[in-house]
Design a protein around this ligand. Structure first.
Ligand SMILES: [Zn+2]
Length: 487
């Protein structure tokens, strides 16, 4: 027996059903797996004093979060990329572990001269060498070719449960993008779709620059809500036509959510991911000094949009939250030469989002701990075909746990975090509750006592497993809660 997590309050899905608060229990781990979840003292007796113990008294013991939307760099360890994302897999997964995240989903794109298989091999090698938590590789296509579409069944056979695509306005052929989505569905994958209309954004940016308002304080006007909503309408129609289960990534606005939710209510298998920045910030940030700190795709929105997204999590129309961790150094984000058309997109959020969601969501009274577990782990595990190994605290599951202390208190300081970004968009904000430890594959990946797993502790997931059941399980049926099929 290797590890006992004793006396915490366990919240987990039970037997493939809804997430439930099971009360105070012991969790016993042997090797990589959970081998017993039982009454306090019982599992301890079974362990016969032979294993290391984490005292989780006063804490929640939850499935480690799945953050299936991150952008880490395979090359950052070689001195960093001056104009790119600055966290390599070692830094990014240190931030993940400290933030309660046990699995990250890396977007591996065929762009910047890389073929898709080249990008996947590059990221697989970096993950195997450097990752401290588990990594799922997600192949991504911006301008797919017919050969890319033909290769999609092989991606599914290799164990990739999801394919990322972007709106055709970013330069792809619309018919090939739809063909890629259809092929992914036939192969049992889900499609992840970036919904923004780049042509409308370009036009808005040109108008702003021509009228002398090209500075980053005008960033929100350069990407108005319609640029997201029109793309979501396109994606929903493709989802309806192809029947491929689809996750709309980083949904940012009330209107976009409403379009997705009404299609979902209509039986279209479209699911919604949102991004923490859209829950904690409004477009007021662009009137602060250094508006470039906050630029991302889409832009942060109004207070009304923020309220709608919180409500969406509470009512089950938002299914997952993911960081879209895309870290830049502050100096690169706030370069004075940048305009709305050349802004550097993305922020560091891997270490902060889970704690902030607990603070503002659960302790803020917006939803219960069960919903928190659904949107941080269980729903993603089910949608991406990683359940029941991931997303639950149950016998046979991977021993990936988040130990969360609701009484903890901290003030965010990005300069003290693992990301090389060196700042956080939430600097100075107070967080109630916090991660005390993150267990990945039966061993501490991070704890507040100073433990940090070595690079290489994490493993690639999905990639080598049998995936025939993955997307099909998603499409198979409804369980009546959150619209997600148990596996
Ligand atoms: Zn992204």
């Amino acid at each position: 027996m290797s590890l006992l997590v004793a006396g915490g309050r366990v919240v987990t899905p039970v037997d493939g059903g809804p997430v439930r608060d099971l009360g105070l229990l012991d969790v016993l781990i042997d090797g990589n797996r959970i081998v017993a979840v039982g009454e306090v003292g019982g599992a301890r007796a079974a362990a016969a004093g032979s294993c290391e113990t984490i005292d989780a008294t006063g804490c929640f013991v939850l499935p480690a979060a799945l953050d299936l939307h991150v952008h880490l760099s395979a090359q950052a360890s070689n001195g960093g990329e001056p104009n790119g994302f600055v966290d390599d897999f070692a830094m990014g997964t240190a931030a993940a572990a400290a933030g309660g995240v046990g699995t990250v989903g890396q977007m591996s794109f065929a762009e910047d001269g890389w073929t898709l298989s080249g990008a996947l091999n590059r990221d697989a090698a970096a993950a195997q060498r450097d990752a401290r938590v588990d990594v799922l590789l997600i192949p991504g296509l911006v301008t797919p070719t017919a050969e890319d579409v033909a290769a999609i069944p092989a991606l599914a056979r290799a164990g990739h449960p999801a394919l990322k695509v972007v709106d055709p306005s970013f330069g792809g052929d619309p018919s090939l993008i739809e063909a890629a989505i259809a092929a992914a569905g036939r192969a049992g994958m889900i499609a992840l779709v970036h919904c923004e209309n780049a042509a409308l954004i370009d036009a808005a940016g040109r108008r702003l620059i021509a009228s002398g308002r090209g500075g980053l304080e005008h960033f929100a006007q350069s990407r108005p809500v319609e640029t997201e909503v029109s793309s979501v309408r396109w994606a929903v129609e493709v989802c309806r036509r192809t029947g491929t289960p689809m996750v709309l990534v980083h949904v940012s606005s009330a209107q976009a959510l409403a379009v997705a939710a009404s299609a979902r209510a209509d039986g279209v298998p479209v699911f919604v991911e949102t991004r923490p920045m859209y829950l904690h910030l409004t477009d007021e940030v662009f009137s602060r000094p250094q508006p470039g700190r906050f630029t991302g795709m889409p832009a942060v929105r109004s207070a009304r949009d923020v309220a709608a997204l919180w409500q969406g999590i509470a009512d089950g129309t938002v299914h997952t939250v993911a960081s879209d961790h895309a870290p830049w150094r502050l100096a690169d984000k706030t370069d004075s030469g940048l305009t709305v058309a050349s802004a550097r997109m993305g922020v560091a959020d891997l270490q902060t989002w889970v704690g902030m969601l607990f603070s503002e969501g659960v302790l803020g009274g917006r939803f219960g701990i069960e919903t928190f577990v659904e949107v941080t782990s269980t729903n993603a595990a089910r949608l991406y075909g990683l359940a029941p190994a991931k997303g639950s605290v149950s016998v046979g599951a991977d021993a990936d746990l988040m130990i969360l202390d609701p009484l903890r208190h901290s003030v965010i300081d990005g300069a003290a975090q693992y990301s090389a970004a060196g700042y956080s968009v939430y600097d100075g904000m107070t967080v109630r509750g916090g991660v005390r430890a993150c267990v990945v594959r039966g061993a501490l990946a991070w704890s507040d006592t100073g433990v940090l797993a070595a690079p290489g502790h994490g493993q690639l997931v999905g990639r080598t497993s049998e995936t025939g059941a993955l997307g099909r399980a998603v499409a198979r049926g409804e369980s009546g809660w959150s619209g997600l099929a148990p596996t």
